[in-house]
Design a binder for this molecule. Sequence first.
Ligand code: OXD
Ligand code: MN
Length: 595
Amino acid sequence: MSSPCRNAALLKWVDECARLCRPDRVVWCDGSREEYDRLMAAMTASGAAIALKKRPRSHLFRSDPSDVARVEDRTFISTPSRVEAGPTNNWIAPDELKGTMTGLYRGCMEGRTMYVIPFSMGPLGSPISRFGVEITDSPYVVCNMHIMTRVGSRVLEALGTDEEFIPCLHSIGAPLKPGQKDVPWPCAPMEQKYIAHFPEENLIWSYGSGYGGNALLGKKCLALRIASAIARREGWMAEHMLILRLTSPEGRRFHITGAFPSACGKTNLAMIEPTIPGWKAECLGDDIAWMKIGPDGRLYALNPESGFFGVAPGTSYESNPAAMGTLKENVIFTNCALTDEGDIWWEGMDGPPPAHAIDWKGRDWTPASPTEAAHPNARFTAPAAQCPVISPDWEKPEGVPIDIFIFGGRRASVAPLVHEAYDWDHGVFLGSTAASETTAANIGAVGNLRRDPFAMKPFCGYNMGDYFAHWLAMGDRLGKNAPRIFYVNWFRKSPSGKFLWPGYGENSRVLKWMCERVAGRVTGRPTPIGILPRQEELDLQGLSLPHDDLAELLRVDPAAWKAEIPDIQKHFAQFGDRLPGRLAAQLQRLRERLG
Ligand code: OXD
Ligand code: MN
């Protein structure tokens, strides 16, 4: 097929990649519905996809059991010096990594088609948006990119003859010999997987995995790792944050962004249905926020994605009705279970489990089976526009002005339900020390406590110490317009291991308190760790929360916090002289307040 592209740099790069990867053919993706349906039909015919009888235009994929999540151990920030990548990233020198990966890419698309996907992160025409082009040999990736980004001819048109783009090269790393039969989910062994970022060149190379953030390169690779490095250079922010609008009964709008580690309920909070009367919520994004200071000096946030790549297990009409409403049609499901009626199922979905299903590995499953039917990191890929609570302003080119930042994590103890930072520096301290128990979103042990600063540990494209400094610098620029900073923990447990807070829609009660703090309607109470609500300031009408549970949720235990200090010190020490003195001063102040 002759190329529809007029952009000289893009043509040259595609030509170089084709010579290196040696695909049987090159296809320029036009982003049309017809293209999506054609690829899905081909994948259904080959056995890679299963068309779901119960959901129009929806398909189920089962990955290789070794390729089920992001691979942080195989993810690299390849800056010229190790210190630029910092202690929280894996590092290999660019020459060495390029040498290794070039060897892997050589001939890696033999027997396959190379797809060229021009895409835009953010709506076309927005001053905040950026272009990327992903080259991939996975039609599954092409279809996911159709949902997660704006793709195709309109982007190619916007790329014109010389518009800049971020090149993203992806291969599943599984060439086919002539006559060799393909498998449903081809990928390379773990030790050959590389998710590589070259921030100095704005370049992304990914090899060996077809799953999620490893392969949909607009998401974590471009919109977080590379964008965070660009944002630092250019003076804006690329964050692992949901974006939410809350409107009070009086009609005042509050815009909130929230950073939580993967699989800690970010999508649920993004689509919250408030349980408190008169408050309305709209979703603007569930995973990533790009934020720039606007002409009025406030911070404006835009979601660069156009779809949700959400964790399926636990999603139900009870926990997240808006997500369930989004999943009725045009959805890609990965590693969910298949019911005998031709629908998907996962643990935690409403109603009783099916009497029989096919599990994510393609085996017969019944409720008596010893293993889960869906993988804990099973996902749905769904268009954001289908979300019943999507805000009419979610694609507003200039974004929305942010009032509130929330940080949080999953902690059984120590962190109370909510506390507010005393000021910006203290808020940056809270973000920089955020801690959470690990989840299935990454390959590795689940349930261990780790510090995940700003929920960006796996996603910061440069030295995290410099990233903290960038946050401080943004606060200096924002001054009195800076959003207020809060820290939440929906996951605190009683000594007997029971969750103390009901979570989900009831989290609106905590959001309301934050809005009332912003509006100056409540004072809170100062504690050594920050400002907590007075018990009577939390709107708990209609909620039967035992008094002791409330007291425990809002309890600050100085001894437990003092015990945290050596761990925070150790965490900070890894950044050496890149740790801003202002954060060391915050730690000292916390120590003093704890007495
Ligand atoms: C995600 C993640 O997929 O954070 O959003 O893992
Ligand atoms: Mn995420």
